[in-house]
Write a protein that binds this ligand. Structure first.
Ligand SMILES: Cc1ncc(COP(=O)(O)O)c(C=O)c1O
Length: 397
């Protein structure tokens, strides 16, 4: 029987095995494991790829969102507007800094936050909008930025699922005040563990993020403290007599309560190799999508909609069915893996019960959560595999 996984990380590894093995061993031999040359080079290459001034690598995308929110001074008593049809980490990051996620329904076609429904959610406590470029398709950033400008709000792009996508010719991640990517292994650019990246054109935010990823210490911590407190405080005289030939003593001067959230050298080395293939891999995803869209045109399945002015990178290829449970179990019997994204919109999650949302509040997300499912669209998918998938879908009675 066939066995087609939703994502085939082994196939990807096999295609670049020698280079990955080599750079991994290089790091092990160097015994430099955290924020060394590989991380610095990767941050630089990532900035060049996106055409953004600052890239600050972190331990994972969730931490990246938390740190980005903190860098903007968002915390207790603040509200952040976001999509209800996304992975939990989006809202979790907002809750983690003590702010309240305010959910907005998505558009039924793009699955992205509906900008026309944002305005009614803005209050005096609103500090930011966090759009998610869900499944790899950019959110409607022009409309979102126009609202944020009018109401003086920050825009934090949750770009975790959409590396390489662009919106009207501009790469996502460069369209708001600050953006965050995830390198979770299954992402379009994934590492061999957890990893993430914050990007921003704002140097001050970059300094604060750098401080927050390493315990709020050192010269970044000092500068970040000044930026967050309007240079009001006198500092302890740093002890310049300490011998810093072995360890940088500034490391033990702390200015902010931060995090320990850094990208390992091994992950950076692997990501540097993979970044070179990212565009090729994203284009292969798009080719699969073209095949699926054509092949499934006259079937019962609703294929994904793409706005004309975006480059969608299809982190997931999402179909809709009126009888999803039957389809998913039928495909499982045929050896085809699927995924359900997302079975429960965030406003209906148990953890957010106290926010008082009820069924019916976000009709589009609730509708989608009962119908959407993902089929394999990973770059290494072979013609016979995708042909088999559509043949099986067409044979379904
Ligand atoms: C939309 C979205 N936001 C945030 C995250 C969090 O990223 P990570 O898993 O790297 O913490 C993810 C990925 O898992 C995601 O898909």
């Amino acid at each position: 029987m066939r066995n087609i996984p939703l994502i085939d990380l082994k196939a990807q590894y096999n295609s670049i095995r020698d280079e990955i093995n080599k750079v991994t061993i290089d790091v092990l031999s160097s015994s430099q494991y955290i924020i060394g040359e590989k991380v610095k080079s990767f941050e630089k290459e990532f900035s060049e790829y996106l055409n953004v001034k600052n890239s600050i690598s972190v331990g994972n995308g969730t931490d990246g969102l938390v740190i980005a929110l903190k860098s903007l001074g968002i915390g207790e008593g603040d509200e952040v507007i976001t999509s209800t049809f996304t992975f939990f980490a989006t809202a979790e990051s907002i809750s983690s800094v003590g702010a309240v996620p305010v959910f907005v329904d998505v558009k039924k076609d793009t699955f992205n936050i509906d900008p026309d429904k944002i305005k009614e959610k803005i209050t005096s406590k609103t500090k930011a909008i966090m759009p998610v470029h869900v499944f790899g398709q950019p959110a409607d950033m022009d409309k979102i930025n126009a609202i944020s400008e009018k109401h003086n709000l920050y825009v934090i792009e949750d770009a975790c699922q959409a590396i390489g996508a662009d919106y009207k010719g501009r790469k996502i991640g460069t369209l708001g005040d600050i953006a965050v990517f995830s390198f979770f292994p299954t992402k379009n650019l994934g590492c061999a563990g957890d990893g993430g990246m914050i990007v921003t054109n704002n140097d001050n935010l970059a300094t604060i993020c750098k401080a927050l990823r390493t315990h709020g210490s050192g010269s970044n911590g000092k500068e970040a403290y000044n930026l967050l407190n309007n240079n009001i405080d006198e500092f302890l005289e740093e002890d310049n007599s300490i011998d810093n030939t072995v360890y940088n003593p500034l490391k033990y001067y702390n200015y902010l309560v931060g995090h320990n959230s850094r990208l390992d050298e091994i992950q950076a080395a692997i990501l540097r190799v993979k970044l070179k293939s990212l565009d090729k891999w994203n284009n292969l995803r798009c080719e699969h999508v073209q095949f699926y869209n054509e092949s499934l045109k006259y079937t019962e399945f609703i294929t994904p909609f793409k706005e004309e002015y975006v480059k969608h990178v299809y982190h997931m290829y999402i179909l809709q069915s009126e009888r999803r449970a039957d389809v998913v179990s039928y495909l499982r019997d045929k050896g085809i893996a699927t995924g359900i994204y997302y079975p429960v919109p965030l406003h209906l999650q148990k953890v957010y019960e106290e926010l008082g949302y009820t069924l019916g509040d976000m009709p589009n997300s609730e509708y989608l959560s009962e119908r959407t499912f993902a089929i394999p669209v990973y770059p290494e998918l072979e013609y016979e595999q995708k042909k088999y998938i559509v043949d099986m879908l067409k044979l379904l009675k």
